[in-house]
Write a protein that binds this ligand. Structure first.
Ligand SMILES: [Zn+2]
Length: 140
């Protein structure tokens, strides 16, 4: 007499299950759409970041080339003489800075009586501050 009950109960159960599954499917579809949207935003940001990196690398290469060029020009202005380097003045002649042949920084002659020395490199030349004017007269 109750032969139909399992079928009815099964039908009710299936329909509730189907409703739950439909709800879950639509929730998953919504999450999937959100994930796709986030992925697209991230892809755009990544493309922008890559473009910026390329631009910065290009700028960096250009600046390095300019620096090398500038360094080469600066080195061209330095003349080696008596164990030191001397910087040419644009109008001719030389600046009276005695430059270290290693690091190109100015050397010092303590009280003008000790030989010029580069303190960081410990490079020395065999003339003093008092002899500077005489040494410079020999510059080419
Ligand atoms: Zn030095």
């Amino acid at each position: 007499m109750l032969e139909w009950l399992p079928t009815v109960l099964k039908g009710i159960g299936d329909s509730k299950l189907a409703a739950i599954l439909r709800e879950q499917v639509s929730l998953l579809e919504l999450q999937c759409d959100q994930a796709i949207g986030e992925r697209d935003v991230l892809a755009t940001k990544l493309a922008q970041a890559k473009a910026k990196i390329e631009l910065l690398e290009s700028d960096n290469a250009q600046l390095k080339a300019e620096l090398d060029d500038s360094q080469r020009k600066a080195d061209d202005d330095l003349v080696p003489f008596k164990g030191a380097l001397w910087k040419r003045k644009p109008g001719g002649g030389y600046y009276d800075d005695v430059l270290c042949r290693e690091c190109h920084q100015p050397m010092v002659s303590s009280h003008g009586v000790l030989s010029f020395v580069c303190v960081p490199c410990n490079v020395r030349v065999n003339f003093t501050g008092k002899q500077l004017a005489e040494v410079m007269r020999g510059l080419p």
